[in-house]
Each structure stands twice: as C-alpha cells, then as structure tokens.
Unconditional design. Structure first.
Lengths: 315, 315
C-alpha cells in the first residue's frame, strides 16, 4: 500500500499529526501496535489539556482525537512495525503482514518513565504512584508525598510539590544528590523537604490506593515502612526508539533531534511528541508537535512532488 | 497588586499559560482589553483542535479554556495596559486603573492578518472571506476560490487549496510574483491555478455569504465582477507588538524572538502564541507555547526566588 504520510504511534502526537495530515488532503495511515492513546490513557483525569474545563480521562480524550482523525480519512492500522527502510526519497515500512510505502514519515513512538520495577508499582500507577508532578502535583494538597531520585528532575519536582504537599520526602539511593548545586541548596533550605539517604524502595503497598513504601537502607540493610499519600518516581525517562535505524540522529539519551519544523536529519522524516528531544512533555505539547510535523510533511511533499512521483511510478 | 505571573492577552496561548501557571500554584493574573478568546473567536467551527471530534466554535472553545483556568485560580482583569516597565528583576504593568507587579511576564498579545481594507471584507469574514487555508481550505471542496497576494504564503496556500477547490484564481496587484522561483514554477504548472495580474480587489459583495469580488485592473482601470465561493487573503500578518518596549528583541517583521523555552532576551519575560516568531500559527501550537512559557516562568521563579523576594519586600 502507498500513502503520502505514514505516522508511527497513536498517542496524542500521532493522533494530531493524523488529523492535520488527513484534513490537509494527504493519504494518511497511522500505525499502533498496542492501544490507541499512548501513555496518557492510564491517567484518570487530565486537568491541564486546554479546552476541557472539568478535566477528561486520558482514554476519552484520545478516543475523541482518534474519531476526529478518522473523520477526515486517516486510516488506523493495528500492526507492529518490524523495520523502517529508505528507497531514495520513499520510506518503506515493514510489518508481519506486509509492506507499506510513504512519501513522508512522522515518528511518534513516545517515551516511558524508567520504572523502579518493584512489586505494587504497576498496579498502583495512577492510584498514588505517579511519574509526573506537573500532571498530578495539584492532587496532593496538604498531603505527604515521597520523591524517588536524586537528579535535577527529582529535586526540582520535589521543590515544586512543596506548593501543594505539606511534606515532601526525597528518597535517594546514594548519600549525595546528582542535582546541580543551586538546586540542591534550595532543596536543603526548604523546611518542607526531608531526605532519606542510601535507601531504595523495595515494594509499594496499598489496597485500592498507595498506603506505604517498604524501604531498605543499602548500607545497614534495615527495612522500614513509610506511610505515604503519594510517590513521584523520577529515575529517568526512556525513549521508545527501538525501531529507529542508525541514520536518524538522536541525542545522548536516545531522543530524536529535530529542528523547529520537527524535521529530523533525514529529509521527509519528522518526529513529534515525547520521542523528540524537547523541554516539556505534555499532551498539549505533543499535539502541537504533531500538527507542526504534518504541516512540514505536507510542505515537503509539495516541494518534492516531481521527484516523488517519478520514484513512486517505478515501484 | 503583586502577582507571580502576569499574562498579557487572553487568546489560546494566554489561556493555556494561565491554566498551567495557576494550576502550578503561582498567583496568576491575565489581562485582556477586548474579548477573551482572541482571533479564533470569529471562527464558527474549529475542526482541527485535537479532542473535539465534531469541531467546536472558537467562542465556545476559548470560553471553556477560560473556565478551566479560573477553576485553578487565575484572575481575569479587563483593563487595557498602557505601559510595561522593569524595576530590577520585577515587571511593572500600568493600566488606566493602576499598577500591577509580577515576578514574571508572559506576552500573548497575538497577531492579525493584514486586511485589504475594502468594503464587505470585515462583514463577510468567516462567511467566505478567510485568512487561513490550513484552517478553512477543507470547506471548499469542488468550489472556486480566489487567493489575494503574490508572496510565498499566497502561492503555497494557493497550491494547497487545489487539493480541495476545483479552481484557484490568484489575484495579484503586480505583473509578476514575489514568491520563490521554485514555488512559482509549480504554481504555473498546476492546471487548477489561474492568474489575474495587475489587479486589486476594491469591494467584496455578498448578502449572507460572499458572492463576488469587484476587481479593478491597475493599468487599464477596467472594473470586472468575479463570481466566487471563497477568497483567501494573504497580504501579510502583523504582530500586536504595540506595547513591547524597545528592549525586547523582535524579528524584522516585529514578532518576538524566543528560544525553545519561550524565553525572550529579557530574563523572566516569555512570549507565546502568534506574537512569537514561529513556523505555524494554530490554536494547538498557541496552547502548547502557553504551557511551555508558564512552565519556564515557574522554573525561573524557583531559580531566582531569593533575589525576587528581596526586591519584592522593598516595594
């Protein structure tokens, strides 16, 4: 099958790219191997996507985006992509069911927080276990929360959480932080922030919601139980870049480098959303990226129309 | 009055910045001299803001964004700002009613298309008169539309409109285009595009909707009537930068230059949405800008907390 634009990944970035591409009159396919919606589908109430004054579940929000993209003709394909190749200007997508060709490709494969990989973590995600203070901090007014990690993100987000929480306990596996000095100093001077050093979480307990953290001191091996209202885990974010061939330029952490047009280093290949090297990862930034990527792809196809038609005719 | 963040302009960028700032626990005010919602309020049906599968009017969409920001404590102030000043790190906003101070400022004053300033233009805007092919092109399937202008935007958007319209008539005041050679060539080779040279629109006629353009040839002075289904006016976009003092860096066209954090050249002052030097101006890109700007302002306030408190105490 031949398309103008193939989008890989149907989270908010991919769904927005599909809407803009299909509504722009381009023949558009969007591939998703798992569930449409991406990471945000696990969020019960997205309060900060502009336009939904009472909030909306991540599941419902992305379902609406899917319907909207389909309305303009975007085709959803539930196949797992096994390889991405190039033949001249054309992009070739392989799945277990066949081969698809496109003039332009938009990569929206997303990212995922690094997990602690301890019992209870997955089950209680969205029920007191969070990976995003910007998203969920406001839910913990006058509560006691823990932050796991010792880097810039962990400490800055801990600082941020003190706006809401009455106490923030930073739990770090080492006896000193990795965060920048200025960020550390401010945290040490904040009376709402406490530290537990040399300690890791070995289980998260709770029935319907989180209740306590089971901690172990790495030096003394002593185990303690810490009652808690919520835990924010900041031990890294990992790009879903398994499919990206070596010729697409990534940053040191594996995220795709683009310019402001969402253009990667390969002509006609764009990236949008969490997979991209970017400053803030939110639904609204992902949808914006997707719109810009589709608009750029459309311009690129217009500009390379003749060469693309010649190649397409050969296949 | 003292705020953490003052936002100037309550279009989608400002409304999203207000939501993120207020929800982030910052004391937030948003100033709008005219109607909340900005340019998009005149659009009957916004089809391409992700999440509204049947479309939504610009008026309703921005009303929802306002309610959402207010829910988290953003204060809306209907006063016209007369001056913006700086006192050290603090920003001072003057209106006819008084003076407001903020640690950080987010400029969301928007832009507006340059008008032809001919009779009928304003009255028929949104009823056949459009300034945005990306927004409205899909409404003109198998119709005949005119494009006014001869620059890159006019010709590229004319090309784009041929995906929908059966005929696109480019009307230009000169006898040659200003657009790049490659863009011109492609337009000349497109059988759906026709040109009318040396000609300007002197009136737009129509009752409930556009019906015809009254054209005058600048050389022969001959007047003709052109029946038409829609007209797209691409004679420039103008930034609403009247308030910006000389120290904020602008591009040659008067749009605010920022980095990817929406930071201007002045510490603690950010810009978001159409006022910004950017590649694509849509509701979804504006709301994303607003979220990033608020997030950046929040980080900046945390990083400069001590210095800001000292200054604030002096006032």
């Amino acid at each position: 099958m031949k398309y103008d634009v193939i989008i890989i990944g149907a989270g908010p970035a991919g769904l927005s790219a599909a809407l803009y591409s299909a509504r722009g009159g381009l023949k558009t396919a969007i591939f998703e191997k798992a569930m449409v919606g991406g990471q945000i589908t696990v969020t019960d109430n997205v309060e900060n996507y502009p336009g939904f004054e009472d909030g909306i579940s991540g599941f419902d929000l992305t379902a609406k985006m899917k319907t909207q993209a389909e309305r303009f003709g975007a085709e959803f394909i539930s196949e797992e992509i096994t390889a991405i190749g190039l033949e001249g200007l054309c992009k070739v997508i392989e799945t277990n069911s066949g081969e698809y060709r496109a003039k332009s490709l938009i990569i929206c494969t997303g990212a995922h927080p690094r997990r602690l990989n301890v019992p209870g973590e997955e089950r209680l995600t969205g029920r007191g276990v969070s990976y995003c203070a910007t998203c969920d901090g406001a839910l913990y007014r006058d509560k006691v929360v823990a932050v796991i990690g010792g880097g810039d993100s962990a400490i800055e987000e801990g600082q941020f959480l003190t706006r809401f929480a009455k106490k923030v306990i930073v739990i770090h596996r080492r006896d000193e932080l990795r965060a920048q000095k200025i960020i550390q100093d401010r945290a040490f001077n904040n009376p709402k922030i406490e530290f537990i050093w040399d300690t890791v979480v070995q289980e998260i307990h709770g029935d319907q919601r989180i209740e306590k953290l089971e901690l172990v001191n790495r030096k003394s091996k002593k185990i303690t139980m810490l009652p808690i209202d919520g835990v924010f885990i900041y031990v890294g974010i990992l790009p879903n870049n398994g499919l990206l061939e070596s010729r697409i330029e990534l940053d040191n952490a594996g995220f795709v480098l683009t310019d402001e047009n969402m253009q990667t280093n390969v002509p006609g290949i764009y990236a949008a959303g969490d997979i991209r090297h970017t400053v803030l990862r939110q639904v609204v930034t992902a949808t914006s990226d997707g719109a810009v990527a589709a608009w750029s792809a459309e311009k690129w196809i217009i500009e390379n129309y003749d060469a693309l038609e010649v190649e397409s005719a050969k296949q």
